[in-house]
Write a protein that binds this ligand. Structure first.
Ligand code: NAD
Length: 373
């Protein structure tokens, strides 16, 4: 079987869906040929020669790559000009934005079998395939590094001969995978950290990383509703949002840096930092809005820009993992390989899509010309 790795064409996408490490594993038993588009690894500093050494065939002409590949591994969903190159019997795996119906319908129309990695069930068996986690982890780290870069003060407390410098106060909104890594990274830099999440279940994790958990008291009914069966946050009531808003305002004004990561799958990101809060923050404070692509946790942040408003720096860079492209690609490529291996017969390399498997069924978004609901 031929596995194709095209170069990503989405603006600013530096990651790549296979690395020499995964190419070596795909080709080890001689069942598969991996075709890599020339330059596909450039954004992650992987030269063609490294892929070649690992056993890949470098292809200059991308249409040739698509026409030969039964399996295509991508980071981003295909643009219109990529879509038409996919074979009718192709299997496409990537971050395919499953909440955007138009794109999925176009994929179905092309006849391909497509798997959206965003839909991977959050179960233990799927952890090694979990691209959202691997990329959010990197994003959370980079968000803190970017904040530190812009912030005009130290993160750690310093006692010097010229006097004492106070530690930075970091507020993390949303303590999922990205938020927890942001806490860990800020802690390593010496900040004092508070964190907040709608899901009370994360309190223990926040505290184990050395941060203080900021709690909005929940009614019994709200406690039961805050987390969905899939482990994600649920949309909360207006009354909860009001109480939450007041508390976040108070903690934000006391903070120097906010890393906001709050997301609700398939919905616009919750607005947690209102303009009046930004206005009340100290000049020189920094907000990294990691939810910017989903509309933002702060209405003042701007997609793929760093702006200063009311004296506060707002960083709205969407693809933070793309700024750590080498490691982000390494983890992403392993996630995809673990996922693809689920469908490959270990004895002969044949592809077998078992729709009874919860992981396969959960991620499959179109097959045989139909959108899979
Ligand atoms: P996410 O990216 O969907 O959201 C980020 C965080 O924002 C979440 O913690 C969410 O609760 C929080 N949030 C949403 N609305 C909020 C609001 N109004 N105010 C404050 N916070 C808000 O989440 P994620 O990082 O992908 O993780 C979701 C869950 O899945 C977590 O419980 C995580 O531990 C779990 N998980 C499980 C596995 C596994 O078992 N295989 C793997 C990865 C993640």
């Amino acid at each position: 079987m031929h596995i194709g790795i095209p170069a990503e064409i989405y603006a600013g996408e530096t990651r790549v869906a296979a690395t020499p490490e995964t190419v070596k594993k795909y080709t080890a038993k001689g069942f598969h040929t991996v075709l890599v588009q020339s330059g596909a690894g450039a954004g992650a500093s992987i030269p063609d020669a490294a892929y070649q050494e690992a056993g890949a065939v470098i292809v200059d002409d991308v249409s040739q790559l698509y026409s030969q590949s039964q399996v295509v591994l991508k980071v981003r969903g295909p643009a219109a000009n990529e879509l038409v190159m996919l074979r009718k019997d192709a299997v496409l795996i990537g971050l395919l934005s499953p909440h955007q119906a138009e794109g999925i319908e176009a994929l179905a129309k092309q006849g391909v079998t497509a798997f959206a990695m965003e839909k991977l069930p959050r179960i233990s068996r799927a952890q090694s395939m979990d691209v959202l986690s691997s990329q959010a982890n990197i994003g959370g780290y980079k968000a803190v590094i970017m904040a530190a870069h812009v912030y005009q003060k130290f993160f750690p407390m310093l006692m010097t001969a010229a006097g004492t410098v106070k530690a930075a106060r970091v507020l993390v909104l949303g303590a999922g995978v990205a938020g927890l890594q942001a806490i860990a990274t800020a802690k390593r830099l010496g900040a004092v950290i508070e964190a907040f999440d709608v899901r009370p279940a994360v309190k223990e994790q926040v505290e184990s990383l050395g941060a203080k958990f900021v709690e909005v008291p929940l009614t019994e009914e709200e406690k039961a509703k805050a987390e969905t069966a899939g482990g994600y946050a649920a949309e909360m009531s207006d009354d909860y949002k009001r109480r939450q808003g007041e508390l976040i305002h108070e903690r934000a004004v006391a903070a120097d840096i906010i890393i906001s990561t709050a997301l609700i799958p398939g919905r616009p990101a919750p607005v947690l930092i209102k303009e009046e809060t930004v206005q009340a923050m100290k000049p020189g404070s920094v907000i990294v809005d990691m939810a910017v692509e989903a509309g933002g946790n702060c209405p003042l942040s701007e997609l793929n820009k760093t702006v200063v408003k009311h004296g506060v720096h707002l960083i709205g860079i969407a693809n933070l993992p793309g700024l750590v492209a080498a490691d982000a690609s390494a983890l992403y490529a392993r996630n995809l390989m673990n996922f693809l291996n689920l469908m490959l017969d270990a004895n002969n390399g044949e592809l077998n899509i078992n729709r009874e498997d919860e992981i396969i069924a959960g991620t499959l978004i179109c097959m045989g010309g139909e959108v899979v609901k």
